[in-house]
Design a protein around this ligand. Structure first.
Ligand code: CA
Length: 234
């Protein structure tokens, strides 16, 4: 893996926050670059090689959602959205906009660093996983997931899943019949350790997946709740 530093792009217009992030991430061994508005942020994210982008939402010139849209037309770099308000958080959870994660202001530096590491690690595992070419189609009663093509089908119909919906489904389908707790899933799918992450994120993703997979999402036949334990695929 070498000692090459991971590069973080900080897109943030509040100078104090940008400096605080830059300073602390530098101390934690990252190399950082700061963009002060959305346009510069998008240009840098697409023009330069970063391992992860920390993206504020309220930005001059181009807001964070627009920047993310622009990034996703050409890049799958992990993006952590930084929200200041609950309604922004709702928008991130509600939209399938290609964000990998979100952090709410005010945040602790430990949390930011832990999430950056978790998301970079997940992304790398994914890239390795995609490249290993081990055939990789898993099928459960007409529901199939193709690891190499990043595609999910129900019968002949291709399903449009967000990144996390896909990753959660893939993980559960790789372990059919085995229930995992929400904490386990946060750890395995989101890459979070014990002290970060909100288990509700898992529930939200499960509920969105059910709407796409199940004939009757309130009475699921694929993605099952194991009472007092968690979730599994049957
Ligand atoms: Ca801002």
């Amino acid at each position: 893996m070498g000692t090459e530093k991971r590069r973080v792009l900080i897109v943030e217009d509040e100078k104090n926050i940008a400096m605080l992030l830059s300073f602390n991430l530098g101390r934690a061994g990252f190399e950082t670059d700061v963009a002060e508005d959305g346009e510069i942020g998008l240009r840098k994210a697409l023009g330069d090689k970063f391992d992860i982008v920390l993206l504020d939402i309220m930005l001059p010139k181009l807001d964070g959602f627009k920047v993310l849209e622009g990034i996703r037309t050409r890049s799958d770099v992990p993006v952590i959205m930084v929200t200041a308000r609950d309604d922004e958080k709702d928008k991130i959870l509600g939209l399938e906009n290609g964000a990998d994660d979100y952090i709410t202001k005010p945040f602790s530096m430990n949390e930011v660093i832990a999430r950056i590491r978790a998301n970079i690690r997940r992304h790398k595992d994914e890239v390795v996983g995609n490249a290993d070419g081990d055939g990789g189609v898993i099928t459960v009663r007409g529901l199939s997931i193709d690891k190499n093509r990043y595609a999910v089908r129900m019968g002949d119909a291709e399903l449009e899943l967000s990144k996390k919906e896909y990753e959660l489904l893939l993980f559960l389908m790789q372990h059919p019949g085995v229930p995992f707790s929400r904490e386990d899933l946060l750890d395995k799918v989101w890459g979070y350790g014990d002290f970060i992450g909100d288990v509700n994120t898992v529930d939200v993703t499960v509920s969105r997946l059910r709407k796409k997979l199940e004939k009757d999402p309130s009475n699921p036949s694929y993605l099952i709740t194991k009472r007092g334990v968690g979730y599994y695929i049957q």
